[in-house]
Design a protein around this ligand. Structure first.
Ligand code: NI
Ligand code: MN
Length: 225
């Protein structure tokens, strides 16, 4: 399978079986993204929360019959009302989809739609598919149970916000990464806006002291997992 980064917290996974899965597809309005959504097809869209920089292009990328949007119950209710196909979950719950298993975790953050409607809790997402485990932490501050999540899961790729202001900064993200203890950490949610400016090399230096490899992805870059 492949993992494509669009900048910010937006990713696309294409499985070996050919399914296209987006996480937080903030693409066309994303200052870091070099592309729009023309030609992109989504079988599934996984959302950590409803803020504009995560909900992103969901409403135009999702086909109302063919795309399943996976998110927390309250946000799913809003999307269902607008005619979208959803699969509602909640923090602590897991479900096995045709592509793999999704578990929602805690994230220390808020969530409302771009027009100001409360959208339930913000979440992180653990994805087990095709022999790899990815943990997209969503937007979150540092919290102690990241240590527990690290103990309970064998994480290969930890997608971790480092930009500060709305989420963990580099120092807190390095602490979280040491607790999660993944094979690879992939920094995200930085340099999109002036208030979340951060140097991923600084994060890399801190984390590699703990023997964890860091993959700094460029917007538009695709890697094989
Ligand atoms: Ni947010
Ligand atoms: Mn955000």
């Amino acid at each position: 399978m492949t993992l494509k980064y669009f900048g910010h917290s937006a990713f696309q996974i294409v499985t070996d079986s050919g399914l296209s899965i987006f996480i937080d597809p903030f693409i066309s309005e994303n200052p870091l993204s070099a592309c729009g959504i023309e030609g992109l097809k989504a079988d599934y869209i996984l959302l950590t929360h409803a803020h504009a920089d995560h909900l992103g292009d969901t409403l135009s990328l999702a086909h109302k019959k063919e795309t399943t949007i996976v998110c927390v119950y309250e946000l799913a209710g809003l999307l269902e009302k607008a005619g979208y196909k959803t699969h509602a979950m909640q923090i602590g719950g897991a479900f096995s989809f045709p592509f793999g298993r999704v578990k929602f975790t805690q994230a220390l953050h808020g969530s409302q739609t771009p027009d100001g409607v409360y959208a339930g809790l913000a979440a992180g997402i653990i994805l087990e598919l095709e022999g790899a485990t990815l943990y997209h932490a969503g937007d979150t501050g540092l919290f102690g149970d990241l240590d527990l999540i690290g103990d309970l899961n064998d994480i290969d790729y930890f997608l971790v916000p480092i930009g500060g202001n709305f989420t963990m900064d580099i120092q807190d993200a390095a602490i979280a990464t040491s607790w999660i203890n993944p094979k690879y950490a992939i920094p995200m949610h930085y340099n999109t806006f002036p208030v979340i400016k951060a140097n991923p090399q600084e994060f890399q230096a801190l984390v590699e002291e703990d023997g964890i490899k860091v993959l700094i992805l460029k917007p538009g870059e695709t890697i094989k997992l």
